[in-house]
Design a protein around this ligand. Structure first.
Ligand SMILES: Nc1ncnc2c1ncn2[C@@H]1O[C@H](COP(=O)(O)OP(=O)(O)O)[C@@H](O)[C@H]1O
Ligand SMILES: [Mg+2]
Length: 268
């Protein structure tokens, strides 16, 4: 047998073994990457170490991607809006801050994010985009409206399982509470919500969105003291971002002809 033929046979045998070993390791992408990258490695003069790293990288990248997809599906986002889809011209002031948050440091430090601003300015979009970025970084995420969170907590409380539920939720690196302030809470609900905030304080992150400034939260929670105690915990380690301007939903829809907008501009 010629040297090249011998080599080819050895290669085929080695790849067969890789197939077997990869399946034993439950790393199916290794089989495919090992074969596909081998010729490329020879042509490009990769070292053995570089080749091994490239093959393993394919497996890890694929695992991370499928893990992220599972986490995104499990998060329960109302709509899958990403930061890449966000039009920064509409909110230039928060671009830098959101970019910094997207790198995920706030999650490892258990810091919070509060997005305030009028309806349609992109609070839910940005909260969702940060949640998706977190899922890509390996964090478990849950998204729901404030009203939905209160329903969940009330159910757990009624079943006598609130502590267990709060402990379970602490295993999520990020909980998003959308639309604080759209509906006022009952006193009991406000207390449950306070317990959620307390249980995560300095353990795991929250993102809250609200169309009301903090000064309006007392009315939402039906109790100034509970609201103040809660805001205190939320903002102690938090980035508070205020979005401004007109609703993005209404842009290019003759918004400047709407009477409510026109009245705000007496110069017209
Ligand atoms: N700057 C933006 N770039 C792209 N889409 C935006 C922007 N701001 C808002 N939107 C879109 O407009 C709609 C309303 O935004 P949303 O995030 O729900 O606003 P809010 O939660 O502040 O009421 C959504 O479909 C959202 O994707
Ligand atoms: Mg919203």
């Amino acid at each position: 047998m010629s040297t090249t033929k011998k080599q080819a046979t050895a290669t085929t045998e080695a790849l067969k073994q890789v197939t077997y070993l990869a399946s034993a390791l439950k790393a199916p992408r290794v089989t495919e990457a090992a074969a596909r990258l081998a010729d490329h490695a020879r042509d490009a003069g990769w070292t053995h170490e570089e080749y091994l790293a490239a093959v393993l990288d394919r497996e890890v990248a694929a695992r991370n991607a499928s893990g992220a997809q599972l986490r995104i599906r499990a998060a329960g986002f109302a709509a899958k809006k990403t930061l890449e889809e966000f039009d920064w011209d509409a909110q230039p002031a928060v671009r830098q801050q959101i970019a910094a948050l997207a790198s995920g440091g706030f999650l490892t430090e258990a810091r919070n994010v509060v997005l305030l601003g009028p309806p349609g300015t992109g609070k839910t979009h940005l909260a969702t985009g940060l949640g998706i970025a977190a899922a890509h970084r390996g964090h478990r995420v849950l998204f729901a409206t404030a009203t939905d969170w209160v329903t969940r907590l009330t159910d757990a409380h009624r079943a006598g399982k609130l502590p267990q539920e709060l402990a379970r939720l602490r295993r999520y690196g990020l909980i998003i509470v959308d639309e604080v302030g759209y509906l006022p809470f009952e006193q009991d609900a406000a207390n449950l919500f306070f317990q959620l905030v307390s249980s995560r304080y300095e353990h795991a992150s929250l993102i809250l969105t609200s169309n009301l400034p903090f000064s309006g939260w007392g009315t939402v929670f039906g109790d100034q003291v509970v609201a103040a105690a809660m805001i205190d915990r939320v903002v102690h380690h938090a980035d508070v971002l205020t979005l401004k301007g007109a609703s993005y939903r209404l842009r290019n829809r003759g918004i400047d002809t709407l009477p409510s907008i026109k009245n705000q501009n007496p110069a017209d």
